[in-house]
Ligand binder design. Sequence first.
Ligand code: CP
Ligand code: NVA
Length: 318
Amino acid sequence: MAPRHFLELRDLDAATLRAILAVAARIKHAQAGRRRPLHPGRPLAGRVLGLMMEKPSTRTRVSFEVAMLQLGGEVIVLSPRDTQLGRGESIADTARVLSRFLDALVLRTDDTAKLAALVAHSSIPVINGLTARSHPTQILADILTFEEHRGPIAGQIVAWCGDGNNMARSWIEAAPRFGFTLNLATPAALAPDPAVIDWARAQGGSIIVAGNAREAVRGARCVVTDTWVSMSDDPAADRGAILSPYRVDAGLMAQAAADALFMHCLPAHRGEEVTDAVIDGPWSVVFDEAENRLHAQKGLLAWVLGGDDWTTIGDIAA
Ligand code: CP
Ligand code: NVA
């Protein structure tokens, strides 16, 4: 069987994405409150996931590690410092070698070409753990979170306010797959790649480029933002002048649907893209969203590593 790479949301059809979330939800409920892996529910026993993290990570790294442990598998974290990649060994040779040891690999890197090279030379599945371009594993958790709080996301309006960054791109790709309308409010200079919007529309997605943040949030059941300076950006960049009109504050949330949620992949820069009143306020589900990284990773790992019967991993504690 060809390796099941998870590189971009667009690569998977809606039914597969839905099935991943359904398995995630079943495992979440089965393992609710448990701190230890279930026995005999160790469906990934003997499987080893490599985490290649070229950039910092709290949620992605820890959620993948805990997800593997709770499903009976193991994880090896590989930072560039610890491998010969840091001394110039090629990604192709590294991929060939790691494919002999590991069952799957997660890569977090700025460099999309590196992810592509890893895929090209790996015989094991590769998961995009964030690039400068996209962050698809985050979206799985985000959809799970919305639907836990508000029911099906299909037909709803989600508003993105802020930088047209990697998270924005993954939300755009999610729109046609999950059937929601995405209203985008970004400064023109930081707008997402028009090609991804064209792709989403060609797939039947409803993507609306709004004139400003207030317009974008009108009718939205979910308002989403992210840092103004991503890991792939110049850390000295000061984008406050162009992004401050997109800050999510209580006044902006008041323009959204009465029961609108606020989501943010975290880490947040309080007082910049979002105020304390919003992130700590009644709209915010950001910590449920963070927790759901763990549950979503389990659904994803089931699909990536579980073979033909992968959905039965959702039955582990039944
Ligand atoms: N949201 C997210 O991916 O967080 P980390 O950078 O901590 O992994
Ligand atoms: N857009 C952010 C997301 C962090 C999880 C970044 O790339 O730094």
